[in-house]
Design a protein around this ligand. Structure first.
Ligand code: GRF
Length: 200
């Protein structure tokens, strides 16, 4: 059984989807620890309700990116984590952390990358006027929202969509594809060819 560490900053609905998939036997893994950089993240309550260990590493308690990344890596290495899942974790992770988990950190983003990286991806999609957007699970690299793509799902943009309705429709797909991507990564039947993740 593999051990997953999930990093959150807020609501934690993707965390919940991962917990549910693991409990349903749909993942060859269990969530071993949930780390938040905010003590008021409601996702922490979801973890506690599921009996999962939680760790709060607040940014202001650690001065500088390097110190934060080192502390984060230590928490996860100490718990023998195999795969790290960023799920609404509102911090950019640096080299020190990436080096501790090479090709073993995933992130989920609410657009079809490489369109609309960064904040407010759903608003960016509405502002641009695209007819199709979606969700992407990718491997985290040193460039924001730019690593090799693991799984994507397309979502139509409707004429009467607001940022709320579009976000809700994308979120449904996020909850479906994050467990799928985790399973693919942990089953190990893949390799990278340049930026491309090839299933073998
Ligand atoms: C999701 O839309 C995810 O794609 C983005 O942040 C949001 C997190 O939502 N990175 P939740 O905390 O998982 O509910």
């Amino acid at each position: 059984m593999h051990r997953i560490g999930v990093l959150i900053s807020g609501r934690g609905s993707n965390l919940q989807a991962i917990i549910d998939a693991s409990r349903a036997g749909a993942l060859p893994a269990a969530v071993a620890v949930v780390v938040s950089n905010r003590s008021n993240a409601t996702g922490l309550e979801r973890a506690q309700a599921a009996g999962i260990e939680t760790v709060c590493l607040e940014s202001r308690e650690l001065s500088g990116r390097q110190a934060y990344d080192r502390a984060l890596a230590r928490v996860l290495c100490d718990r023998s984590i195999d795969l790290v899942c960023l799920a609404g974790f509102m911090r950019v992770v640096g080299a020190e952390f990436l080096d501790a988990f090479p090709n073993r950190i995933l992130n989920i983003h609410p657009s079809l990358l490489p369109a609309f990286p960064g904040l407010d991806a759903q608003q960016q999609a509405l502002d641009h006027g695209v007819r199709i957007t979606g969700a992407t699970v990718h491997i985290v690299t040193s460039t924001l929202d730019n690593g090799p793509i693991v799984v994507q799902a397309a979502v139509p943009v409707l004429d009467d969509d607001t940022v709320e309705t579009l976000s809700a429709r994308i979120l449904e797909q996020e909850h479906r594809i994050y467990p799928q991507a985790i399973r693919l990564m942990l089953e190990g039947r893949w390799h990278l060819s340049g930026r491309r993740l090839i299933r073998t």
